[in-house]
Design a protein around this ligand. Structure first.
Ligand SMILES: [Zn+2]
Length: 255
């Protein structure tokens, strides 16, 4: 309880300090927000979004989850994305991973952690798809670091495939997508991919994110340029995609 009280006490001190510096500090921000950035990062307590990016309240729209995963089936991240892009009109979407990420480490091992295993499945896939490259890296830490980077590329690509981003790009060159990795030893953000602003740039990203697997057909969810399918038509389309994929990978469904 004592530690919890400290949080309230620090809040009081912080609010008083901000007001002392600028009496209108909170009033200026109370009526609306106009952030230029959507930040998607890991829930890890060592990577506080505003602190490491040097941003003030009102500058960063934030979504965090274990290991900064971006999945089209996750209503939470998709809602945040839609609101940020279509309502707040953010100029940049940043996926930020971090070295020594516990979620990524769990996905690299065989131990079961219960429900979170389901969440980490996309990262297990990243490990599987990049096995040829990862097996070349002898140093365990270096291999771990590489999976963190590949995971950021993978999630960035997922982002580029969402209807929200596809739709925004149809209308113009925004938002720009960026992939960063935070080095918790140095406190520095490393740029893994920057300025992804088109399907061509996203496709180039796709080449980098899966070093061991040839580029296959796009993911099942499809793109906005194609008609939206439902019911039997959707089932048929998915079945067709699966068949296409089996053919492309020479009989073994790697993805
Ligand atoms: Zn993490």
């Amino acid at each position: 309880m004592e530690n919890f009280r400290k949080i309230i006490q620090h809040n009081r001190e912080w609010a008083a300090a901000m007001k002392a510096e600028d009496p209108d500090y909170f009033e200026k921000r109370a009526s609306r927000q106009e952030p230029h950035f959507l930040y998607i990062g890991c829930s890890d307590s060592r990577v506080p979004a505003n602190v490491v990016t040097g941003t003030e309240p009102g500058e960063l729209f934030v979504h965090r989850n274990i290991a900064n995963v971006v999945l089209p089936s996750d209503l939470n991240v998709m809602s945040v994305l839609q609101y940020a892009v279509e309502v707040l009109d953010v100029k940049h979407v940043i996926v930020t991973g971090h070295y020594n990420c516990g979620g990524v480490k769990a996905a690299m091992g065989n131990q079961s952690y219960g429900l979170v295993d389901l969440w980490l499945q996309p990262i297990r896939n990243v490990v599987r798809w990049n096995k040829p490259e990862l097996e070349q890296i002898e140093d365990e830490q270096a291999r771990f670091d590489r999976v963190v980077e590949l995971n950021v590329l993978e999630q960035l690509y997922h982002l580029s495939e969402t209807p929200v981003i596809q739709n925004a790009w149809e209308k113009g060159k925004r938002p720009l997508l960026h992939g960063l990795v935070y080095d918790i030893h140095e406190g520095l953000l490393r740029e893994i991919a920057t300025g992804v602003d088109s399907q061509e740039a996203a496709d180039a990203l796709a080449q980098r994110r899966q070093s061991g697997v040839p580029a296959g057909p796009p993911p099942v969810m499809g793109r906005l340029t194609q008609p939206v399918l439902a019911g039997d038509a959707l089932a048929d389309a998915i079945a067709q995609r699966v068949m296409d994929r089996l053919n492309v990978t020479g009989g073994s469904a790697k993805r």
